[in-house]
Ligand binder design. Structure first.
Ligand code: BMA
Length: 362
């Protein structure tokens, strides 16, 4: 008698490739976006209006009792091998705070204002000037981007600078070696001409080559924990064609942002932001990207009601992931501080259900 052997049925479903750290961050941002808009602050745990380098301090936390969901950190100076960044933050402390914020459950974003590779002096520092010669804001040399691309006269120097960025990023891991997810946002505000990578300083192709060079280098170095963010500046009637003029390409970008400050009237700011976010969020939805207001603010909160009278009425309308206000330093601040008149309005914003701080995203 024949023996019929029925072998267990195995499904040969192809295993999904494991998601990279950056893809996991993308998924997290996508999920959180459905809950609300995260609040972010640049340089939050380092200094505020009345303190510097205390442990576990934050103007945001001292105002509303909670940490920002998103913290921004700045690499300017790392390219020189400096011990401190251009805003005097020691890089060792930066590494510690990035790791701390990750352990708290927070989101990290990194920007970079590298010095000008064509004009920087070897002993360059910030000096007394706000934007000294040779800084990221030195726009005297319109060949600088071209000069650091392969074959250019500053290409070798810039390779060293990229290596130094790479070395810093390599330190962003937990004690057990897990890479920390980072929203990485280089070459920002490229449609203005105040940085050496700005619109009048390079062609669109040179800009894209610059982007690709850094991205390819860091990818080759194994950084699959970087979520690449593209963030031109807010502009009047910014349409998709203009926004995309220097956009590297869909495969290279996961998060699309704009940097938009209120420098003039409330009305101008509100109408520009509204129009720009309409364009941005539509583009993000059509292309499967996360949208964010990657920088914003009203300098020194000269209208203390700004948080709830100006900003949130606009951003409430859009499915953006986060908005980040720039740093609080004595002469110029964009975040809240407990004794300042905007604190009650900030707290009113904090209480809004759709504005998320750390406790709501953990
Ligand atoms: C600018 C200013 C500068 C600072 C730079 C990088 O907007 O805050 O003082 O050096 O950002 O953080």
């Amino acid at each position: 008698m024949a023996v019929v052997v029925v072998t267990a049925c195995t499904t040969t479903k192809k295993a999904e490739p494991e998601k990279t750290v950056a893809q996991q961050l993308f998924d997290r941002l996508d999920t959180l976006r459905q809950k609300g808009i995260m609040f972010g602050h640049q340089d939050d745990p380092f200094y505020g209006l009345t303190w510097e380098y205390d442990k576990d301090s934050s103007d945001v936390k001292n105002t509303c009792g909670d940490w920002p969901a998103v913290m921004g950190f700045e690499l300017g100076g790392i390219e020189m091998g400096d011990a401190k960044n251009l805003d005097s933050v020691p890089f060792t402390r930066m590494t510690e705070e990035i790791i701390n914020h990750y352990h708290r459950g927070g989101i990290i974003t990194i920007s970079w204002h590298p010095r000008n590779p064509a004009t920087t002096a070897p002993d360059g520092g910030r000096g007394e000037q706000k934007f000294p010669d040779g800084s990221a804001w030195d726009v005297t040399d319109t060949t600088v981007v071209k000069s650091i691309l392969p074959g250019g006269r500053n290409a070798e120097l810039f390779k060293v600078w990229m290596d130094r960025v790479s070395d810093f990023l390599a330190g962003l891991k937990t004690e057990d070696g897990q890479k920390i997810p980072i929203i990485f946002r280089p070459w920002h505000e490229n449609t203005g001409s105040w940085f050496w990578w700005g619109e009048r300083l390079c062609t669109a192709d040179e800009y894209k080559a610059l982007w690709n060079m850094l991205q390819d280098k860091l990818t080759a170095d194994g950084f699959d924990n970087l979520l690449w963010a593209y963030s031109p500046g807010m502009a009047p009637n910014l349409d998709e064609a203009k926004y995309l003029e220097r956009y590297p390409c869909d495969d290279r970008i996961s998060l699309v942002g704009i940097d938009g400050y209120q420098w003039g009237t409330k009305e101008d700011f509100v109408s520009q932001l509204d129009q720009n976010l309409t364009m941005l969020t539509k583009f993000a939805a059509d292309h499967g990207k996360i949208a964010a207001l990657t920088e914003c603010g009203l300098k020194n909160l000269v209208d203390p009601t700004w948080w709830t009278s100006t900003l949130t009425p606009v951003i409430d309308k859009y499915p953006i992931s986060y908005f980040l206000v720039w740093r609080n330093y004595k002469e110029e601040w964009f975040g809240p501080s407990p004794a300042k008149p905007d604190a009650p309005y900030f707290n009113e914003m904090y209480d809004k259900e759709n504005v998320l701080f750390l406790n709501e995203i953990k």
